[in-house]
Design a protein around this ligand. Structure first.
Ligand code: PGA
Length: 249
């Protein structure tokens, strides 16, 4: 399975000029390798100013569940597609924390697929308990996100296992251990296999997110079930991000 490294810039950098310069440095550093899929997801407002390259695709950090209409401030999958976007991150925990529900995320997954884009769906528990109850939270988020997806489209969706406690923006965060990330990814794959069969489940790319960086990237990518990384803060440093992509090659 081809690895995918996704840079989630979140609400950074502050200006269009800085965004252009960051994108340029990443694109230059990556060169033309096609051994790994690379995505950068700048804020919506910068998408028009940045073009990807053969080796670096553009992603959006969210998109609404209708193609157009009266939703003030929203942006649709078709709109970002017209700017060259190929991937859309959905259900990030920072959006869930501000009220985005599983139901809304499920609708967005469908609209993104309908528009011919690839959804990257984030799921993950807020905290871990010793009895494994966190697995139920992961399962609920996963099954809800896939609830409206047609069988033929299941393998188009990328799932990010991103435990909230591991995201660098959260106080006292720490990365999951590679083993824990692998175990959760395996649980996700088994859940998909149970619902859609093994051949389909085997083809779904499951990636890890949460305090990944150039130092730990290799250990996550060495895990059998982990086919890539969703990178937050480390993706704002072109050199570090490029190094992570090199690990994935
Ligand atoms: P982080 O963010 O790599 O800074 O922990 C990951 C994310 O929130 O997508």
């Amino acid at each position: 399975m081809k690895n995918i490294i996704v840079g989630n810039w979140k609400m950074n950098p502050k200006t269009k000029k800085e965004a252009e310069s960051l994108a340029k440095s990443v694109i230059k550093g990556i060169g033309s390798s096609s051994k790994v899929d690379v995505v950068i997801a700048p804020p919506h407002v910068f998408l028009g100013a940045i073009s990807g390259s053969k080796a670096v695709s553009l992603g959006a950090q969210d998109a609404f569940y209708e193609p157009s209409g009266s939703q003030t401030g929203e942006v649709s999958p078709l709109m970002v597609k017209s700017l060259g976007v190929k991937y859309v991150i959905l259900g990030h925990s920072s959006r869930r924390a501000r009220g985005e529900t599983d139901e809304v995320i499920a609708k967005k997954v469908i609209e993104v697929l309908k528009s011919g884009l690839v959804p990257i769906v984030c799921i993950g528990e807020r905290e871990r308990d010793h009895d494994g109850r966190f697995l139920a939270a992961i399962k609920d988020q996963l099954m809800s996100a896939f609830s409206k997806v047609a069988r033929k489209d299941i393998t188009k969706v990328i799932v990010t296992y991103e435990p909230v406690w591991a995201i660098s923006a959260n106080k006292s965060s720490h990365p999951a251990s590679p083993g824990d990330a692998n175990e959760a990814a395996l649980f996700i794959r088994k859940t998909l296999a149970h619902n859609y069969g093994i051949p389909i489940a085997k083809k779904v790319r499951i990636i890890y997110g949460g305090s990944s960086n150039a130092k730990n990237a290799e250990s996550f990518l060495a895990e059998r079930e982990v086919a890539g990384l969703l990178v937050g803060s480390a993706s704002l440093n072109a050199k570090e991000f490029v190094e992570m992509v090199k690990c994935a090659r």
